[in-house]
Structures are given as C-alpha cells and as structure tokens.
Write a protein that binds this ligand. Sequence first.
Ligand code: PLP
Length: 460
Amino acid sequence: MATIAPFLHPCTPASRDGEPLLPVSDARSLTPLVDGRNVRYANLDYAASAPALDAVTRQLEAVLPYYASVHRGAGYASQVSTALYERSREVVGEFVGARSDDVVVITRNTTDSLNLLATAVPSDQGDVVVLDVEHHANLLPWRRGGCRVVPLRSTIAATLAALEAAVASSPTALVAVTGCSNVTGELLPLARLVEIAHRHGARIVVDGAQLVPHRRVDIAALGIDYLALSGHKLYAPHGAGALVGRRDWLDAAPAYLAGGGAVREVTADHVEWAAAPQRHEGGSPNVLGAVALATACETLALVPEGELLAHEAELAGLLRDGLAGVPGVSIVRIWDDSEESVGVVTFTVDGHDAGRAAAYLSAEHGIGVRDGRFCAHPLVARLGHAAGAVRASLGVGSRRDDVERLVDALHTLVRDGETWTYALDGGRWAPSPDPRRAPALPALGITLGGALPASPCEGD
Ligand SMILES: Cc1ncc(COP(=O)(O)O)c(C=O)c1O
C-alpha cells in the first residue's frame, strides 16, 4: 500500500492583533440570549473542551469516504484507514518529541491514558507520588495502587522540596505531575521535576491535558518518561487521546482492553498478547479520532511557536488586567513564585455565587465560561474556594472581543446586577424562565435546560 501523504492543510496563522490565530469550528456560532437577541458565542471555555480546528474538520470530510475497518480488512478503504491510523500514531509521537522506541497508545483521553499507565506501573518498584494540585484524572487512578499525595506549599520551590523529600523517603516508581494547572494555568518546571524523579530512580508522567494545547512539549529533550493528552482539548474533539512513553512497562502490563486486535494468538486456554500499543487497544480503534488528533498536531506544529505564545500572551494579559480592574474580582493563584502561566484564569466575584455568575454570563451576554471546582476538589478546597469559582480560558480561536465582553459583563454585574431571574435547577443555576431554544439541527432533536442532567463533577 502506498504511503499516505502528510496530513498538511494549507493554514496561514492569522496573527493579527487580538484576532484568532487559527480558524475554529465555533467561530460563526450564534448563541441566544434570554432577552431574545442572538450574539456571537464568546467561547472562554477552551480548557474544558476546545472547538475543532477547521483543518481538522476539512481533514475528516476528506477521510470519511475512506473510513472502514482497521487492521483487518483487505479492501482498499480498510487499507487506507489502517495506514491513516498508524500514521496518526506517528504524527502524535513526533508532535510531542517521542523517542524512536517510545510507544504511542491511542486512548480516549487523558483520563484513559493515566488509567492505562496506572495498570502498567510495576508493583515491585515503589509507589506513585503526586501533588494535591492535580485534576482528579491524575489523582484517582493511582489510588488503586500505592500512592502518596504530597500537599502543596505556598511556593513552587517549597513544593518541589516537599515532593523530593517524599520521593526520597521511600521507594518511588513514578512521579505523576501536571504540566499546567487546569485551575490557574500556572506551569510547573518540568525539567526540575524530571531531575528530581530521575535522581531517585523514579519515572515521571506528565499530565499534558492543559499543557500541550498551550506549549510545545518535547518529551525526549525534557526526559519525560510518559505524557498523557486529550484530543478534545487540542482542537480535535473526536474522542481520541494518547499516552506516549517508554515501551518496557507498557509491554509488560496486562492488556488494558482485552479483545480483538490486542492479541497475537488465542486458543481455548491460552492467550498470546500483542506488544504495545496494540496490546492496549482492543476492539475497533477510533480511526477518525486518531486522524483528527494527528491533524490538529500537524496544524499546530506549522504555527511558529512565537506566534502561539504572542497570541496567548496578548489575550491572557488583557484578561488578567481586565479582571483585576473589576471591583470585587479576585484571581486565584496557587504559588507566590510561579513565573509562567497559560491563558487559563480562575476568579471569584465578591458577593456573587460562581455558578450564578456563570449562568448570568451565558444568559445575558452569550459568554461560555466554566464554574465549580474543576475536578480538582483537593486543590480548590486548599485554596479556600470550596464553594466554587469561575474559570475563563483561551485558545487559538480566541479573540480580543471575547475577553473584552467578559470584562464588560462583569463590570455590569458588579455595578447593576442581573436583569433576569435565576433559580437553582438540579443543583445548577439557570435562568428562570429560560426562553432560549436549542438550535435547529438536521437530526437528534434536543431540548435545553431542565432536561439536562446535572454534572456530578461541576466541570472538567
Ligand atoms: C489537567 C487535566 N488533566 C486531566 C484532565 C482530564 O481530561 P479528559 O477529561 O480529557 O480525560 C483534565 C480535564 O479537564 C485536565 O484539565
């Protein structure tokens, strides 16, 4: 079978001041307001799930006619799909700087990747050590084995010292750490963390869910052993993620998803499992998700890093400065000495419930933000915001106008209050009444509001 051409799509980063850097799927979407108007949707919720890059959407349209079974079919479309799936794996690995002998397992998302790795940590090599800053996805999977949670300190320097003391105090197989807080956007110094883990004979896994969409990560250069990421936070919301990293643990681990495709040979009483990655990818793989993820990686790789950083720095600066100027708004921060953060900003508004403020921003201004405890309950409680906070987050489709609308809407809230009434509905604040209608879609009639189940996790 001929090799598949690269996924490249012509994409010119549109790095004009305050404009989107790359075109994304929600750029033209309108959102209804409770007063009957429709406005452009201001998406400030990239950290939860980012819109699809247009390049990803175009790629999937091009690929869909060739979509067929993977690894099993002799038909032309099957062979194209198989080649695309395997090429996607390579592209994802290249994007994060994988070593030539690393494995790229296509998973569902970061949660899936970390759960998979949790089954692969050798039980005779010690515990897993984590900080309590983590998203639940990087806390809970480790609890099934030996896991020690290190409470954060008020500075990064002191936090790393506490982490090192914990790693040194008893055998540690793995240090599991986020690259970037999903609550505050603050970055952790990965090179120093790698050094600490390796100095004490441990490996390190980085939860890249929030980091990879904002920063180039080169796991070989940094010495990171494993990296987990989610396609839906990387502009490819099509159900795929990845675990990238060292082969030995993944080859020795029990098959994560036993089934067809994960084996070499099966008899009535014996199974010869395949090596990783297939060992962990039982069942029909998510070809389109993998292609979407790889296309997003390739598209982002074409954008000069300086442009990515400049776009984010401009809008994040505007966001932080704007929020700081709203009376009663406080920006949440973990560490006194953190030097770098991405465009993810959590804040509280004095006298305003976070969930109600988020409902107001949506209903009266067409702005999408996240509220709650962000699936980081220990961290949010430690920071004193157990009642929840509001998070605004940016990405390559963000524009200055989104940020200005948020800041203006908060000034209005603080100065004049709400113009609509709100009520708790299944534990979540919602406009009451809510006259907004669901969009007319070609299939799958939906209703909004009370029909939706409340999230047990109050956000990602
Ligand atoms: C830092 C971090 N880690 C892990 C996750 C889990 O990602 P997913 O829901 O895609 O598995 C998230 C999701 O918000 C996150 O922000």
